[in-house]
Write a protein that binds this ligand. Sequence first.
Ligand SMILES: [Zn+2]
Length: 326
Amino acid sequence: MAPFVIAVDLGGTNLRCALVNEAGDIVHRQTEATAPGQGRDALVRRLAEGILAMAHGAGLAADQIAAVGLGIPGLVELEEGRVVKAPNIPSLDGFRLGPALSSLLPWPVVLDNDANLFAWGEAYRGAGQGEPNLLGITLGTGVGGGLVLDSKLWHGSRGTAAEIGHLTIDPEGERCNCGNTGCLETLASATWTVKWLLARLQAGDPSSLAPLWQQAPQEITARHIYQAAVAGDALAQQALARVGRALGIAIANVVHLLGIPTVILGGNFAKAWEQFIPALEAELSRRLTFFPRSSLRLRQAILGDNAGLVGAARLAREFSRGPGIC
Ligand SMILES: [Zn+2]
């Protein structure tokens, strides 16, 4: 068995590659800009060049690498290696990226959704290590989900499972990018939280963020909201309590359906944890009627940016061992 795999996390902004050994340790990693605007062929070439440069830089021969695992910010059809839809990299929509990339490399390439690989990575080496059943949630510009059931990633029909960001939380809510209304993503993502806060400022609600809003509203980010909340700003605290409330409703629904005992929250926006967790806990207490709250482990992710890479490496390793395992 070749001792290494290459893991790739293709984001809308950054392209991260890592060389991972048999024990699952990242031994080398590099990050560059994705530049999705340059078109599909240029992106595939960049991916191939980055992967080859990583192997070459480590002085590895082709037979020392078993496979390449690639995380995609979108819906993936696993068997065909096809990107069904990637909102941040639309040039890949409908494209069979796996075979295209594999044709430029001496290794097989296996793709999966990035939130699935986040959950898979945290289940393998992170906050969910040793847990056979868990739900991973990524909070950032969107809300992603990955589901591990009986120690396997659960993909559902055509890779569509675990799209927790599109569970309906408020039937009368805002229209989500997916076309539905009141999705979790419209209530708990960084993007929509900023949008909500801007609307409240526009309506005249008092906040320490009002001066910045008057000067340069486009500069207000989720980080500003978090910092203002920590400093005691009531509107910013309300914005993050709203996030916690929506997450609590969604998690209670998933736990009632699957009886899943572990939920791991990661992604940049999850760093606001202590600001949204009280409202989340309050919702769980209110809504978890069959599953004892004391049996539900709610944890922060611990692998940071590496979770998706660790998951992609695990996927590549399993893929290289033969079909039907992952
Ligand atoms: Zn949606």
